[in-house]
Ligand binder design. Structure first.
Ligand code: ISE
Length: 336
């Protein structure tokens, strides 16, 4: 079966997903496009032979759309998610699920009324091979319990439109989801430390910052978020267990040695660094939709990430207040 997909808001991320569906993955076809920018919708739909719709309602309701992919801005997600759930169609939604935790609660309520998980949130690191091997070591308890996790999330630069809260809501949100998934437990408190700022920052940003999180069992996680580090897109993670450590491998595929020295090629953005993880994530989603199953992060994961982000932003905006507690609602049975 070919899964016929309607895409809402194909900007940079949406176009990258379309490209992989067309050129690298199997079993999916983009048949419908909506964008507030009608010219962009037409430009995207043309080469695909896809229909352009004048509203998300029409796209979601179209008889030949089996599943929906939402890659618009986070502030537009809630309404389209709820409409897609009410239409009984599976939906892949790029992160963040919603801009606020309250909106995520409304999305979960719609899903509970539908009686099944229809929403997959685009947290691609869950599909990265290195993180998965790290999780295998932890889950096998080969080296004992997890004690600490050290993360580095470095971007070469961000545009001036990147707001102060985005270091958490747009960037650290990846570690928030990955750590919950890796450790299999919730984050209970968050603190944001504010070191000396790089001179390469925009004045409105705290860059870098260090987000410190603690889980239910006491694992302490630190996350250096440095979004104007200039040199590369550099993601690192070291899991410290009771009798050993596990680190993500270096991001390079080859190491080169020559008369100039030994060096690796660095990736410059998330599409390069997580190309294979994005491919695996979307292929598994297409396969799951074809079988009527759910895969990947759920609405609960999107909600939990939003609540942790809110606590992080509260700490960032406070004047050295320190730890902020994370208050999650009781987990609905659908997500147990
Ligand atoms: C961007 O939206 C992403 O998702 C990237 O993975 C992250 O590194 C970047 O900081 C975000 O702005």
């Amino acid at each position: 079966m070919t899964v016929r997909i309607g895409i809402i808001g194909p900007g940079g991320m949406g176009k990258a997903h379309i490209d992989r569906i067309v050129n690298e993955l199997a079993g999916g076809q983009v048949v419908a496009v909506f964008d507030v920018d009608a010219a962009n919708a037409a430009a995207v739909a043309g080469p695909l032979g896809a229909a352009v719709y004048a509203s998300t309602d029409e796209l979601i309701g179209a008889a030949d759309v089996d599943a929906v992919m939402i890659t618009s801005g986070g502030q537009f997600h809630e309404a389209d998610l709820i409409k897609t759930i009410e239409a009984g169609k599976p939906v892949f939604c790029e992160k963040p699920l919603t801009k606020t935790a309250d909106a995520a609660v409304r999305v979960m309520a719609a899903e509970q009324a539908a009686g099944r998980k229809l929403v997959t949130v685009g947290f691609m690191r869950r599909f990265d091979r290195s993180y998965n091997e790290m999780k295998e070591v932890l889950d096998a308890r080969e080296l004992g319990e997890a004690i600490l996790v050290h993360n580095r999330h470095r971007n070469p630069t961000v545009p001036e439109s990147y707001t102060a809260d985005m270091a958490i809501n747009d960037t650290a949100i990846h570690e928030i989801d990955t750590m919950r998934w890796l450790l299999g437990e919730e984050i209970v408190k968050v603190r944001v430390d504010k070191p000396k700022k790089t001179t390469n920052r925009f004045p409105h940003l705290q860059d870098p910052l260090v987000m410190v999180m603690q889980t239910e069992s006491g694992v302490l996680i630190d996350d250096e978020v440095f979004v104007n580090i200039q040199y590369a897109y550099d993601i690192r993670c070291e899991l410290v267990l009771e009798s050993g450590t596990v680190e993500l491998a270096d991001q390079n595929v080859i190491s080169r040695r020559d008369a100039q020295g030994a060096r690796n090629r660095m990736t410059m953005d998330h599409n390069q660094r997580f190309h294979l993880a994005f491919n695996t994530e979307l292929q598994q989603w297409i396969n799951a939709v074809a079988k009527g199953e759910h895969t990947g992060s759920s609405s609960w994961d999107g909600y939990a990430a939003a609540v942790v982000c809110d606590a992080g932003v509260a700490s960032l905006e406070s004047d050295g207040e320190g730890w902020v507690e994370v208050q999650l609602m009781a987990k609905p049975a659908l997500y147990a």
